[in-house]
Design a binder for this molecule. Structure first.
Ligand code: TYD
Length: 395
């Protein structure tokens, strides 16, 4: 514990995906101190106060992977690549959500693990082999008994949500074939630091990995990254290709390059994080200034994309209904509910933006390209977006 140094305090926060029903509006929310720390030995960046998986990922989970074309296309492209490069016979996905990835494969060759049973049901109904379970040694053993070992394991935006990484990788070693490939995709710490996307930190994102820190944990389990791909997904993610470490493993140049870039940026140094924390404070000040100025002139501001990330921003900057009238979102599970903490209402997106709206706070900034194409009419008519990364701006 002594190795972990706090560097960023994002204030008191509610659980980010805990959207409130109208009747819950007056109830006290479960809150925690969102503090981010850096482990000077392992170089891992993590949040200080965590919740159990059971508290965060339950049968009432609102997040759906297939809510954006960007994600659907990304999964489709990766699936094509997996088929041609690795030719796996059996694939396991950890955090299969509503099946956006596994749907690209034949049903009998995929296994999905998704602990949120309301979401897992979606694929079960379609006769996929999915299990409403948390990823653990016990789950790996059960899958092994039923399906045998697998050739490929994929996990996008999930490993960083599980606190006990040692258990995660022990379980991987149980189920992965000796020559099998394990692919992890998660937001890149380097991009987070460069773009001041402090909203990558919230209760579910226990870790934001760098290649260096992830490699350090994997090595303990005799697992080795052999290739890294940089993706634009979620504001800059890394896709890590991993194998069991044998003499035969060929490490590609992309790993060396990524490690070099991270070292050059100072990802190993505490001073980098102290500077980042200062930029975050400045970002908050600037965002509040912009919003105040717009409200002073009686502008109506709404939000677009009721993301979990927005919860960090709204609660850290103390933005509420007096500033943002409502959020639009396409996710059924979030509609007619309230944003956690700030209690800003979430309204169903019906394809039309109210004419009175001249400014939109872009909660789903990670889908900026897709959303700007979708909202070209709003933009053409002079509508503006407010975005907090890399620094708060009106565009
Ligand atoms: P996302 O940024 O993927 O995740 P997180 O909640 O982990 O921060 O969430 C995107 C949200 O934005 C999701 O609720 C769906 C919504 N959305 C829209 O409402 N319209 C869109 O066009 C897109 C791309 C997303």
């Amino acid at each position: 514990m002594k190795n972990k140094i706090n560097f960023l305090d994002l204030g008191t926060q509610p659980l980010a995906n805990n959207y409130l029903t109208i009747s819950q509006a007056k109830k006290r929310e479960n809150k925690y101190k969102l503090i981010v720390c850096f482990d000077i030995i392992s170089k891992i960046v993590s949040i200080r106060n965590t919740f159990s998986s059971k508290e965060m990922f339950n049968n009432n989970y609102p997040y759906r992977s297939s809510m954006s074309k960007t994600m659907i296309n990304s999964f489709r492209e990766l699936s094509k690549k997996i088929k041609s490069e690795f030719r796996p016979k059996k694939i396991l996905e950890i955090g299969s959500n509503d099946g956006a990835f596994i749907k690209n494969f034949k049903k009998n060759m995929t296994i999905g693990i998704e602990p949120c049973s309301n979401i897992e049901k979606i694929t079960k109904r379609l006769n996929f082999n999915t299990y409403a379970k948390y990823w653990s040694i016990e789950t790996a053993k059960k899958i092994l008994l039923k399906h045998g070992k697998v050739d490929l394991i994929y996990s996008a935006n999930t490993i960083s949500h599980i606190e006990d990484l040692d258990e995660v990788f022990k379980a991987i070693n149980i189920i992965l074939n000796e020559n099998g490939v394990f692919i992890i995709e998660d937001p890149s710490l380097l991009e987070c630091l460069k773009n001041n996307t402090y909203d990558q930190f919230y209760n579910e994102h226990i870790y934001v990995f760098s290649t260096i820190s992830l490699n350090n944990v994997l090595k303990k389990h005799n697992l080795q990254i052999f290739k890294v791909e940089r993706l634009k997904i979620h504001g800059g993610s890394n896709r890590y290709y991993i194998k069991k470490n044998t003499n035969l493993i060929k490490i590609e140049n992309s790993l060396k390059l990524e490690l070099k870039k991270e070292v050059k940026f100072g990802i190993n140094k505490l001073s980098t994080y102290i500077k980042f924390a200062k930029r975050v404070k400045k970002s908050r000040k600037e965002l509040i200034r912009i919003l105040k100025k717009l409200k002073k002139r009686n502008n109506k501001i709404i939000g677009y994309g009721a993301t979990a990330k927005s919860t960090t921003i709204l609660n850290y900057c103390k933005i509420n209904r007096q500033t943002i009238d409502y959020f639009l979102d396409t996710t059924k599970e979030k509609q007619n509910k309230l944003m956690p903490g700030s209690k800003i209402p979430i309204i169903k997106y019906k394809g039309i933006i109210d004419k009175e709206v001249k400014y939109i706070f872009l909660g789903a900034w990670n889908f900026k390209k897709e959303i700007f194409i979708k909202e070209k009419k709003y933009i053409k008519n002079g509508g503006k977006f407010i975005i907090h990364t890399p620094k708060p701006t009106i565009i």
